[in-house]
Design a protein around this ligand. Sequence first.
Ligand SMILES: [Zn+2]
Length: 368
Amino acid sequence: MWRPVALLLLLLVPLRAPAVETMRIAMGDAQGEVRVSGKGLSFGSDTEDAAFTPLQQDGVVVRRRGSRLELNGAPVIGSAVRFRAGVESSDAGTPGDSAIRARDMEVRGDVVVRLYKDGLQLINVIALEDYLAAVLGSEMPVSFPSEALKAQAVAARTYALQKKLEAYGAPFHMGSSVLHQVYGGLNREDPRTRAAVVATRGEVLTYELAPIEAYFHASCGGHTESGWDSLQRDLPYLKAVECPCGRLPASRWSATVSDAELRAALGQPTEGFRVTGRTSTHRVSRVSVAGGASVDGAQFRRKLGYTKLKSLDFDVEHTQGKWHFTGRGYGHGAGLCQWGAKALADGGMSYRDILLHYYPDTELQQLY
Ligand SMILES: [Zn+2]
């Protein structure tokens, strides 16, 4: 059977041997002007086969003037400029490997500055494997066992490729905040994250030949949550599965919220609330607010704050004007549980089996 998703998967495979799989990561916006610096800086157009011209200096100010861009005061053609540090690569389709700095971030690869709304937008064009080495250090403690780091590397690669397919042809594929994957640039790389990325190079989790939406979270508290109950994503490979992290003290949390804080967070003059619905894994799915409407669990957690209410698997008591929460897990609970992956790796499980535990019915494929 012909599947559009399978065709998209093929599009990801580099057509020319030297080219590498790249990602375009939004680094944020700037007003008016931005400084880009790096040793042996050169610039070109924002295309895969651009020719780069040396700047003869290690830093440049990119300024927006009306609907045009200027480099150190000289106008340039086009709505975007791409910068690369170091000796120009023999293949223009391969982003640079030297460090390049823009705003407050130091990254590998190329930096694109483009006209965006009334200001400028910065995008890091980076080889996917370099991006993963940096992401891993922001997403999982580098001291975790290597099989857990490898499982996280495959999940992060799969997540990124799925986002790239979703955003095909757009100026960028992902942001750099916790909304997507936390990307801190070069300074978050570590020999251990690099090793986990190299050991799983090109490996992607697929379902019916397409990269899956590989959600992950810090700790599930004992059971992961189905995709529907946690994220309203009805995906066959996001099922509730058992997890050993529930035995770890780190998966427990408590929080106290005063009546006044509760009123401020919910934005209504309520006397209190009552849990009126739970999912099959004991997570709160519905909360009724006294004298007001009811809200779903995810909304309730967002209003009280994701770091305050670390998960929806909680019990709550009200005494002396305060709400005392005791809970299990940290995060939405869908897909790979990082502390569970650590426990399974400590017990001798391979990264392949860890992945199949948290994403049942998927296949691990070598994309390149
Ligand atoms: Zn867990």
